[in-house]
Design a protein around this ligand. Structure first.
Ligand code: NAD
Length: 484
């Protein structure tokens, strides 16, 4: 039985300085279920005054929070971890209702998102430092790490829980206060998460949340406030560039997790069954609405027909439907705009000569659904080769040589992740080195893990989330010279 969502238990207000409150003037905006178009709730629509109240609260709380002990911060994160897990069904059902992903995937995201909190609870007590001597021996050099200060956190709709914990976890561990703006399409999961942090004992003012239908107004106020010292953003490259320009005005530390255009490469010696299994994960996780989603499939000409046929069979067997219903494997896309984009990218590829092996259209009925689709013979000039598809469409192109496929894979402004399937260690290592990306999956379609430094190069971003270095994004080095 899928857990049902009780609308009366949803949090819908702003959270500022430890208190839930309406937006100034009482403005609200609706949150829709993308499978049914039903309005799930109305959420507080924060404006400029609310943005200022939130950043001022974060600014006031910083000094005391910065002095909290690593153990205190670790224990809050650990309590939040257990509370998130204890609330798995509730959080998963909220996420499925507002975002569309099947419940099983939503539960998986809760587990992954919670792990981020546990990971950073363990990192909180391991913040390092160093000590050395000046080159002439006259001074001791003492190096300590301190919290950056109040952080602006902005997250996208595709992973409503995990994108929050990937930022809140390290910020809490490092001793930073926060203003947090979740995506307007999926604010309910984030508000439920914030409630958990309150229950876990996070002091008032440390985490402040403003939901809004006008992101540029609220985030713009934070960026120009002079109080915020850092921006951590996950979302499109286009918005990331706007925020980087704003960050320049106050010389703010910037972490950017932006878009991708992942190549998925199947070499001539690959195990085809394994490659198809990896392709299903790399393509279909989150209905293809993931920055790590395989966007361009390059398959060696000797394997391309076999791979395409098997992938089309697996894709055509998936059950599409409302994510809250048992047995659903593929939910709806997030909104009409996303559906229109997928339809137009497929139409463009077909007009340029691609063949549809399965799918290629939307099913009848309400909801922003699109059928799992496999296209083959996709020409290099098709628009989807240079655009994030963000939908359940696998686009396959044949290649002949390894040099050629490395050139094709790198022929993009993005560099988040690349996947390579081969039975040869030498070839795997060559592709790991030559692909211009921040992350490489060798014979696997999944790379995300709390223990791994997640992030991209080129226009896919700046900085890393997770792993041993994840906390560094929220810390500044200070060096003290001690004479004698
Ligand atoms: P988006 O850029 O439209 O929105 C992201 C967030 O920015 C939302 O909270 C939105 O309200 C806010 N925003 C929008 N305009 C803004 C503005 N002018 N000023 C301040 N904030 C603004 O992206 P999206 O559609 O929500 O998410 C999809 C994108 O996110 C894709 O490109 C995807 O690849 C990327 N993404 C990247 C990662 C990663 O880790 N690299 C992870 C998930 C998603």
């Amino acid at each position: 039985m899928s857990p049902t969502l009780d609308p009366t238990t949803l949090r819908t207000e702003l959270y500022i300085d430890g208190a839930w409150r309406s937006a100034t003037g009482g403005a609200i905006f609706p949150v829709e279920n993308p499978a049914t178009h039903e309005v799930l709730a109305h959420v507080a629509d924060g404006g400029p005054e609310d943005a200022i109240l939130a950043i001022e609260a974060a600014g006031r709380a910083q000094a005391e929070w910065g002095r909290s002990t690593p153990r205190q911060r670790a224990e809050i994160l650990r309590r939040a971890y257990y509370l998130v897990l204890a609330n798995t069904d509730r959080l998963a059902s909220i996420m499925t209702a507002e975002m569309g992903k099947p419940l099983a995937e939503a539960r998986g995201e809760v587990a992954y998102g919670a792990e981020m909190l546990l990971w950073f609870s363990e990192e909180a007590v391991r913040i390092g430092g160093d000590q050395t001597t000046s080159v002439d021996g006259s001074t001791r050099i003492m190096i300590t790490q301190e919290p950056v200060g109040p952080c602006v956190l902005v997250t996208p709709w595709n992973f409503p829980l995990a994108m929050g914990t990937r930022k809140i976890g390290p910020a809490v561990a490092a001793g930073c206060t926060m203003v947090f703006k979740p995506a307007e399409l999926t604010p309910l999961t984030s508000l439920a998460l914030v409630e958990i942090f309150k229950e876990a004992g996070l002091p008032d003012g440390v985490l402040n949340v403003v939901t809004t239908s006008s992101p540029s107004t609220v985030v713009g106020r934070w960026m120009s406030s002079g109080i915020a010292r850092k921006i951590s953003f996950t979302g499109s490259t286009q918005v990331g560039k706007i925020l980087l320009r704003q960050a320049a005005d106050n010389v703010m530390r910037s972490s950017m997790e932006l878009g991708g255009n992942a190549p998925f490469i199947v070499l001539a010696d690959a195990d085809v069954e394994r490659a198809v299994d990896g392709a299903m994960k790399a393509k279909m996780r989150n209905m293809g609405e993931a920055c790590t989603a395989a966007n361009r499939f390059f398959v060696h000409r000797t394997l391309v027909d076999q791979f395409a046929e098997k992938l089309a069979k697996s894709m055509s067997e998936l059950t599409v439907g409302n994510g809250a219903e048992a047995g659903t494997e593929v939910g709806p896309l997030i909104e009409q705009k996303g559906l229109d984009k997928v339809e137009s990218l497929v139409a463009d590829a077909v007009a340029r000569g691609a063949r549809v092996l399965t799918g290629g259209s939307r099913p009848e009925g309400p909801g922003y659904f699109y059928k799992p689709t496999v296209l083959t013979d996709v020409p290099l000039d098709a628009e989807l080769m240079s655009t994030e598809i963000f939908g359940p469409v696998a686009a396959i192109t044949a290649f002949d040589s390894e040099d050629e496929v490395i050139r094709l894979a790198n022929d993009t402004d993005w560099g988040l992740v690349g996947y390579v399937f081969t039975e040869s260690l030498d070839k795997a290592l060559r592709f790991s080195k030559d692909l211009e990306v921040g992350m490489v999956g060798v014979n696997t379609g999944i790379v995300s893990n709390p223990a791994a430094p997640f992030g991209g190069i080129k226009q896919s971003g700046l900085g890393r989330e997770g792993g041993k270095i994840g906390i560094e994004e929220y810390l500044e080095y200070k060096y003290t010279a001690v004479a004698g």
